[in-house]
Design a protein around this ligand. Structure first.
Ligand SMILES: *Cc1c(COP(=O)(O)O)cnc(C)c1O
Length: 354
């Protein structure tokens, strides 16, 4: 799926309800205040106390030995792949995963790794599917070294991997000698929705990261966690790729603030997503997937309109929703959308289709 950046069209009215993505949140007054007050130092030297505090906290949260602060989630994925894989290695991941569709071919371009896309409902797969994809160890087969999962599964509808299924897949991967990686862009959405701790969710992951720029509302930053040895190697790639920072505490302070203030409230986003799905399901012709977290996917085929056409109509009324396929749309709730906004968006969609 592609979320193509759209240049602002000045003929359009301002956006009233922004369901385009949870990446579009603006730092709140409290978050900006925390950023201004941050103690800082030279991050590259390990001297930034706020970055260090954030990394210690994330390592503890995920039950890993160490952590490193990175500018983006994409860099967390790419560095993890660079550490886990050598050129020619094959990664097993769901066919709809972000590392396949949305990272510019990074695994091939940077690590020289190829990815085998696995099938399964809602962006997830089981250990039977994974085992069926394993190759005989032949000299002419690519070495399969890594299994990657997404929690929550973005293109899978924001689905939460059930802990038993996740544990089965990842522990089977370990038994078979593969390493395991979790793209936890929305890990805390999964934690809040399922009532399972981040530590339990990440227990069988050799690497796991959390994005602070999705529902957590920070302007930038992600933290990658793993063993001491893994994070040492990740640091080398951070340096090589130009991801080592200076007074990054100003940004890390936003992430610390997000952990304190914006995690529990993700439950509100999930409730708003359920209300949005219920409202959209009442609109004739729309087929809405049941949301588990803050992502609501729906199909416009039954309305006679393409997703592009419907997105254009509602955007002209100040409601922004993203297009993922010719007939599939994604509406995303987050801390800058409240229950009234959701109601108003549903009315706008219904009117657009009348
Ligand atoms: C957003 C996202 C990423 C990339 O994170 P950025 O911080 O935007 O680079 C990776 N994986 C998933 C599942 C995502 O939703």
């Amino acid at each position: 799926m592609v979320y193509a950046p759209v240049r602002p069209d000045r003929s359009l009215p301002p956006i009233r309800v922004n369901l385009f993505s949870d990446t579009q949140t603006r730092p709140s007054a409290g978050m900006k205040d925390a950023m201004l007050r941050a103690e800082v130092g030279d991050e590259q030297n390990g001297d930034d106390p706020t970055v260090n505090a954030l990394c210690d906290r994330m390592a503890a949260l995920t039950g890993k030995q160490a952590a490193v602060f990175l500018p983006t989630g994409t860099m967390c994925n790419q560095i993890s792949i660079l550490v886990h894989c050598r050129p020619g290695d094959e990664i097993l991941a769901h066919e709809s995963s972000h590392i396949i569709a949305n990272e510019g071919g990074g695994p091939g371009a940077l690590a020289g790794a190829v990815i085998l896309g696995l099938r399964g409902a809602r962006g997830m797969f089981d250990s039977t599917t994974m085992k069926a994809a394993l190759r005989e160890k032949r000299r002419n087969a690519p070495p399969q070294t890594l299994v990657a999962v997404e929690q929550t599964a973005n293109a899978g509808g924001g689905a939460v991997w059930p802990l038993a299924q996740l544990t089965d897949v990842l522990s089977t991967a370990h038994e078979l000698g593969l390493r395991t990686h979790m793209d936890g862009a929305r890990l805390m959405n999964a934690v809040v929705a399922a009532g399972v701790t981040a530590r339990e969710t990440a227990e069988h992951c050799d690497s796991v990261w959390l994005d602070f720029t999705k529902g957590l509302g920070a302007p930038l930053g992600a933290v990658l966690c793993g063993s001491e040895a893994f994070i040492d190697e990740a640091w080398r790639w951070k340096q090589r790729l130009g991801g080592s920072l200076r007074q990054a505490g100003m940004c890390a302070a936003a992430c610390v603030y997000a952990l304190d203030e914006n995690v529990d409230r993700l439950a509100e986003d999930h409730a708003n997503a359920r209300a949005l799905a219920r409202g959209l399901a009442q609109v004739a012709g729309l087929v809405v997937e049941e949301p588990e977290t803050n992502l609501v996917f729906f199909d416009t085929r039954g309305t006679g309109l393409t997703a592009d056409a419907l997105a254009g109509k509602v955007r002209r009324e100040g409601v922004s929703i993203s297009v993922v396929d010719p007939y599939r749309m994604r509406a995303c709730t987050h801390l800058d959308v409240d229950a009234a906004g959701v109601e108003s968006a549903v009315r706008t969609v219904a009117e657009a289709l009348r």
